[in-house]
Design a protein around this ligand. Structure first.
Ligand SMILES: O=P(O)(O)O[C@@H]1[C@@H](OP(=O)(O)O)[C@H](OP(=O)(O)O)[C@H](O)[C@H](OP(=O)(O)O)[C@H]1OP(=O)(O)O
Ligand SMILES: Nc1ncnc2c1ncn2[C@@H]1O[C@H](COP(=O)(O)OP(=O)(O)OP(=O)(O)O)[C@@H](O)[C@H]1O
Length: 441
């Protein structure tokens, strides 16, 4: 299983994301006693919602990954201060598939719809104003808004580490730190090293603005090329480039502006590559589910074929090659259905991965090709960008995805859209006041 995870990173995700962004890790052997002690030590630290999963304490094998809160541009550990921003951007496009049955899915993105269900279920206390389409727009104003929203309501989409230690974001499901003054205290030596800025609300705002600027610039930077770089899954123009529920969009509409800018992402940047991989979901779960059922039916008849079809690996070169087939014509075969299912699993993985941006202050003479640099008003940083959590989503999770999609959309239609829509909300009001009169017939 571990070998599969490593191979998947090495042979598949590196091709989609690029050599420098993906760290596939390696398998190591550990003494069982050490693993048992480690398990006991970390158990009380794990968020409650994660406690349904257990650490493997029996095999003696583990995956060793580099510490991505540190710079990845140097092979040896550096002992200078490091900031790391972890962003889980989620799905950055609106489905364009003709299989979508509810019009709302062509207007409001899944993240924004899901927010309402998550708040109703108690996963989060408040909805976030973050919309992935703003972050993926490539438009600096929209990206700034998205990042500010993440800083306001981090949920599980933003974490900030200083020297490897979490200083901002959710430690567990309940405990979310969102004190900007405290954050500014941590960041001040990075952004204003000569201490020329007095403290107070103005100082906090300035520091947060600088932080957002640095994140935007690093997200738009291109520090790698990849094999699938020229593979165009879908032209971005095919889907809607903004989400109607985005607070940024609503604000524009309120101000009488109806045109939302989408500058597009530079092709080499990690956001662009993430979006391209996400867009391998060309059919939407509604179009994909019948194809999954076709594969399932085949496997029921021929269970021994499961390994030939490479459903659970091996994730090798041959597996990657099959993913490049973007034909849309369904010839009714299992082969067609399987390709779409595997592409969907890649897309799901890319929709749930995280981006790690590591930043370290540097001097003017330290920039080179290997060490990209980003500038702020009073400092300069060398940085690296990596992608985290690239375990292929299981084939078995597809029915769950299908059900969840229905739940998210239905909840939104019933509880949010109906109230936002003036015609519908008037209907609700009238209904509240109406009296039912029964006549004898
Ligand atoms: O379905 P989603 O969009 O809620 O994503 C799940 C994530 O929830 P989120 O929306 O980020 O709060 C969820 O995140 P949390 O564990 O809740 O922080 C997981 O990442 C889950 O993946 P897996 O099933 O553990 O492999 C994710 O499930 P997958 O759908 O990616 O399998
Ligand atoms: N290589 C790494 N370097 C730095 N931080 C990491 C690394 N791997 C994971 N983390 C941190 O740990 C968090 C959880 O990691 P990840 O999502 O990979 O775990 P998981 O496999 O989903 O965990 P679980 O066992 O709870 O399901 C990440 O969001 C990140 O903050």
């Amino acid at each position: 299983h571990l070998q599969n995870i490593v191979d998947f990173g090495k042979h598949v995700m590196k091709q989609f994301f690029g050599e420098n962004y993906v760290h596939h890790g390696e398998i190591i052997q550990l003494p069982l006693d050490f693993v048992r002690q480690l398990c006991l030590k970390i158990q009380p630290e794990r968020p409650e919602s994660r406690c349904d999963k257990d650490m493997d304490t029996l095999s003696g094998y583990a995956m060793c990954l580099p510490n991505l809160t540190r710079l990845q541009t140097y092979r040896f550990v550096e002992h200078r201060p490091i900031l790391c921003i972890e962003i889980k951007p989620k799905c950055g496009f609106i489905p364009f598939s003709s299989h979508v049955s509810q019009e709302i899915k062509h207007k409001v993105c899944r993240y924004c719809m899901h927010q309402h269900l998550k708040v109703a279920n108690g996963k989060w206390k408040r909805p976030s104003k973050y919309c992935p389409l703003d972050l993926f727009s490539g438009n600096k104003q929209r990206m700034h808004f998205a990042l500010k929203s993440l800083l306001q309501e981090a949920q599980n989409n933003l974490k900030i580490f200083k020297n490897g230690e979490l200083i901002y974001g959710c430690k567990d499901d309940q405990d979310c730190v969102s004190d900007w003054n405290e954050l500014a205290c941590h960041l001040k030596p990075f952004f204003f090293p000569s201490n020329g800025l007095v403290s107070g609300p103005h100082c906090t705002r300035t520091i947060v603005k600088e932080l957002i600027h640095v994140i935007t610039m690093t997200l738009l930077s291109s520090t790698d090329a990849c094999r699938a770089g020229d593979m165009k899954t879908v032209p971005v123009s095919q889907g809607r480039s903004y989400c109607e529920a985005s607070a940024f969009n609503k604000e524009l509409v309120r101000n009488g502006k109806h045109k939302l800018e989408s500058s597009g992402l530079p092709r080499g940047c990690l956001l662009y590559k993430t979006l391209q991989a996400q867009m391998l979901d060309t059919l939407d779960i509604e179009g994909l589910y019948p194809l999954y059922s076709r594969v399932e039916q085949y496997l029921e008849e021929f269970p021994e074929e499961r390994s030939t079809l490479q459903i659970d690996g091996p994730y090798n070169e041959a597996f990657y090659e099959k993913l490049l087939d973007l034909s849309t014509e369904d010839d009714g075969t299992v082969a067609f259905a399987l390709t779409k299912v595997q592409q969907y699993r890649i897309a799901m993985t890319a929709k749930d991965c995280s981006i790690m941006i590591a930043l370290s202050p540097c001097l003017q003479d330290e920039c080179s090709e290997q060490r990209p640099v980003v500038l702020t008003s009073k400092s300069r940083f060398t940085f690296s960008v990596s992608v985290l959590d690239l375990d292929l989503k299981p084939y078995e999770s597809i029915p769950h995805q299908y059900k969840l999609d229905g739940k998210i959309v239905n909840y939104y239609l019933k509880n949010v859209q109906a109230k936002d829509d003036p015609v519908m909300s008037n209907l609700f009001k009238e209904n509240e006041d109406c009296t039912l009169v029964l006549h004898k017939v």
